[in-house]
Each structure stands twice: as C-alpha cells, then as structure tokens.
Unconditional design. Structure first.
Length: 278
C-alpha cells in the first residue's frame, strides 16, 4: 500500500488509475481504525477496482475543550489494517498540507447542521464539510464511503456533494456493532469498563423505542421513555432522543417511511451517538 502526504500526490495516483479505466473508491477517516472502518473499505472494494483511504484528525471539526488533543492516533497500526483489508493507497497529510498558511475558505451546508449534534457542537459540521470537500476534491473518486453511525454527517455530505457537483457518489455503509450491540466507534477506546456497560443502554433504548413504535405506542411517550432510559442507566447527559426524516433530518410527529431514530449522550466524559431505522 502506497502512502502519500500531499493532495497533489493523491490526485496524481488516482488519475493514473482512472486513465487505466479503474473505478476508485475513497474512505475518509480520522484513524484509530476499527472493524467499522474496515467494513467501509470492504464496501469500497465491492463497488470499485481500487480503494483509497485517508487519515487526518481534522482540528476544524473539534470545538475548544473537545477531545482533539487526546484523540487516539496510531498511523502505523492503521496503515497495517488498511493494507490487510485491501486498500491500495493511504493519504495521510499533515496539518500544513491540509491547511497551508493563508488558508481562508470554509464550506457550510445550510440547515442540516443546525439540529441534533450540530445544535450541541456548533461549527462541528462546518469543519467536517470543509475537510470533506478538500478530501473529495483531491481524491477524485467515483465513490466515497461513509459510516451510517454518524447519520447526520452522511446526510450533510450527501447534500453537499449534490449541491456542489463534486462528482463523487456518496455511499452510506451500515453501522457495525459489537456482539453486545454497542456501535463501534474510535471513542469507545475512552470508555472505562463501568462506562462501557452503561453505554449499552444507548442501542438498547433505540431497539426498545423501535419496538414500541411498531406496536403503535404514541411517539412522544416513546421518545421520552428513551431519554429516561439513558438517564436511568447513568448517562451524564442526554443530548437528544428523536425521530427524524432520514434525508432532511426534520423532526417527525409520527413514524413515516425513511424515518430514523437518533440519539446522543455522554457517558463518563465520552460523547456517544447512535441511530436506527424504524
Ligand atoms: O467521520 C469521520 O471520521 C470524520 O468526520 C471525517 C468524515 C473523516 C472528516 O474528518
């Protein structure tokens, strides 16, 4: 597996494959790779001849006081996992390659970033939109694969790629869960054993809410019970427990086709997100 560190080197490698008639997929990540990321690589291999990936811990999507400085980093370990999964190229730029001095642009998608996680993390999705635009512009891929665990991010990136004619098809790949139901996340590494046990309330509350909606219980009561279940399990904070339209992220007053249950909260010091189709 080749490792490149500048946008120009990434573009040159991908253009060479494309000139040979190869279809290319791209998997953007912040590293600390787990089986969920490797499933994105597998999804890329199912759709394209070549899979490329990036690792860049993007400071612009962390607010002051968030976990930027302690975000787990292990480029050598990540590179070995990507190579074993069949990835052909890793783009791992440093800060100066991504944001050279004088960098002055940012990308903001309207509306979608204002709700759910965006309401709790102002500016977060502007940082994501900016870096993903840069990554997609340099990666020139036919497909870019994002995990459905960050459903809001996926909805924003899809909107942005369509609005800006970015020329890359955005694909969502299903959440990968541990055997006990917890969605895989690089941030699960922060969880002490007692907090990890508490965190299981998150997927359980979503499954319970989905079951209650299927049996016709009133939405408001189901959502209130979901939030309460997290608080009872020892979540330090529940940011939201909502039913939204999967594309527009608009709050729904009743289950509808494409509806998604979305939840986020803090266990110990770790903020976790999860979501489920209804
Ligand atoms: O989901 C992530 O890991 C990041 O938000 C992304 C898409 C790589 C942008 O930094």
């Amino acid at each position: 597996m080749q490792i490149v560190r500048t946008p120009a080197a990434l573009t040159a490698a991908v253009e060479a494959w494309r000139r040979d008639g190869k279809r290319v997929a791209f998997v953007p990540t912040m590293g600390a790779l787990h089986a969920g990321h490797l499933a994105l690589v597998a999804e890329g291999l199912a759709r394209a001849d070549i899979v490329t990936a990036s690792i860049f811990v993007n400071p612009r999507q962390f607010a002051p006081g968030e976990d930027l400085s302690r975000y787990p980093r292990d480029e050598a370990g990540d590179a070995a996992k990507l190579a074993a999964a069949g990835c052909s190229l890793l783009y791992a730029p440093d800060l100066a390659a991504m944001y050279p001095s004088g960098f002055a642009s940012f990308v903001r998608v309207g509306g979608l970033p204002d709700v759910l996680c965006g309401a709790v993390r102002p500016g977060h999705f502007d940082g994501v939109a900016t870096v993903v635009t840069k990554l997609l512009a340099a990666a020139r891929a036919d497909f870019a694969i994002f995990g459905e665990k960050d459903w809001q991010q996926l909805a924003i990136v899809k909107r942005m790629a369509a609005d800006l004619d970015l020329g890359t098809e955005i694909i969502g790949a299903p959440i990968v869960r541990d055997a006990d139901g917890l969605a895989l996340s690089s941030r699960n590494l922060y969880l002490a054993p007692a907090d990890r046990a508490r965190a299981l309330a998150l997927p359980k509350a979503l499954v319970d809410a989905r079951t209650q909606l299927h049996t016709g219980e009133p939405l408001a009561a189901v959502l209130a019970e979901g939030s309460l279940a997290l608080a009872r399990a020892g979540f330090a904070r529940v940011d939201y427990f909502e039913l939204v339209d999967g594309e527009t992220l608009a709050t729904l007053a009743a289950p509808a086709p494409g509806a998604r249950l979305m939840a986020a909260g803090v266990v110990g010091k770790t903020r976790l997100i999860d979501n489920m189709e209804v």
